[in-house]
Design a protein. Sequence first.
Length: 501
Amino acid sequence: MKSLKYLILAITVKLLLIANLLSAQVVIAPVIAGDFADPSIIRANNQYYAIGTSSEWAPHFPIYTSKNLLDWKQSGYVFDHAPQWTSGSFWAPEYDYHDKTYFIYYTARRKSDNVSCIGVAISKFPDRGFVDKGVIIDYGKESIDAFVYLDGATRYITFKAYGLDKRPIEILAYKLSQDGLHIEGEPFSLLKDEQRIGLEGQSILKKDGYYYLFYSAGNCCGAQCDYNVRVARSKSFAGPYELYRANPLLAENAYWKCSGHGTFVKTADEKSYYLYHAYDKNTNVFSGRQGMLAQLVWPQKNAWPALKAQSGPNINNDLKIIFTQSNIDKKWQWDFRNSSPKISQLNGQIHLSGDIKKDNLSGIALTVRPVSGVFEVTTKVKNTNDALKGLVYYGDANAAVGVGVTGDEVEFWKVDNKGRTVLSKTKLSAKGQVELKMKAMADSGLMVFFKQGDQEWENLPSKEKFTGNFLPQWDRSPRIGLHFKGNSAQRASFSSFELKY
């Protein structure tokens, strides 16, 4: 009898271990795949709208819409053109709504002195028509990461200060004017980074008499990041705030790392969710900080909250863009600081040309946000001239690699901090359409191929093994896309663009 009991106990323990192992192996998928950092979310018109950082890519601040928080579709951008006062670093846009007006408070560098300030734009719609109203906060060496909180009848705008000073960072707050376009009075401090571990990306809500200030600590970006989500609370909006002893709420797990900088939204059934970003540990900086979702839960009254990760749908992210419409696909982005592309579509082809800054050795890159660093991308080059036309994997003007056709040759090239290098080139056997392919591997290696007519794909080898580790930038993933390098009277014409993961 005892042996039977021991056998049953052993089987039970084994089943529990297997169940725990299977549970631990559940992969949480992003809800917005690809580089979508510092997201903000709002519910309006029976659906959800989310915006995120665009850094140095134009158009600025992508907008996504969803009916259920899990399935998202890009609908456009906040700005088609950079506001006049800005020069770059378009970070951390934040939604607010009052007086039948949608506000977006955002960070950008000021053109006159390169200082990061907080600007504001307004619209009667959450997903279009935003008009910039200029700088609202200019504080010290840097003011970033706006978040607006309504306390009773008073609106406050909070932000990160002293991030570039040799002193602790603080989350400061100003009272907002009734029209939401100006600050009033002097700033006051909500929370100070006494531990010197980082403090930014705040989001505030109230529950059972406590103000809960959620924030991100650590290094936000790049391969060495250690971002995580924490919380503090106070009986007063102005503080003092008590730090949660069991912080962090969101930290590294088996599949994701550097979770942080999100905001909350409440559903129709009064559940609260947190939209934030994190890096996939497999593809890391090559796929960027992706949009993730967690549910906010409260174990009991006056207890500290928890964030329970939610998985997005497991979908096929392969992409095929066709050029049958006059309007270009909303997924396309370009480096607005280093080129001014001219793009048109006609008769099933996309035509790319434009002006390239003198010190830009890479040319014009018309790109999409990748969801992985492992991919295969193809295109068909339709026209012949001595401009370089093809595929590109682009981090910045001084960090790019590509394969393209110029005249009667096809070449494999790269641009890094040492300049521009042709890794390999060969003569084409005939005139006419050339198909190009670029294949990126898990070890950051990259291979390029070409073919004409019914030929097989031919590899264009580099003399030494190529690695793309130099492509990712500190705050953004490299992009994949179409490429043009020539004078403004020339153009590149393509009849296809297909990306597979």
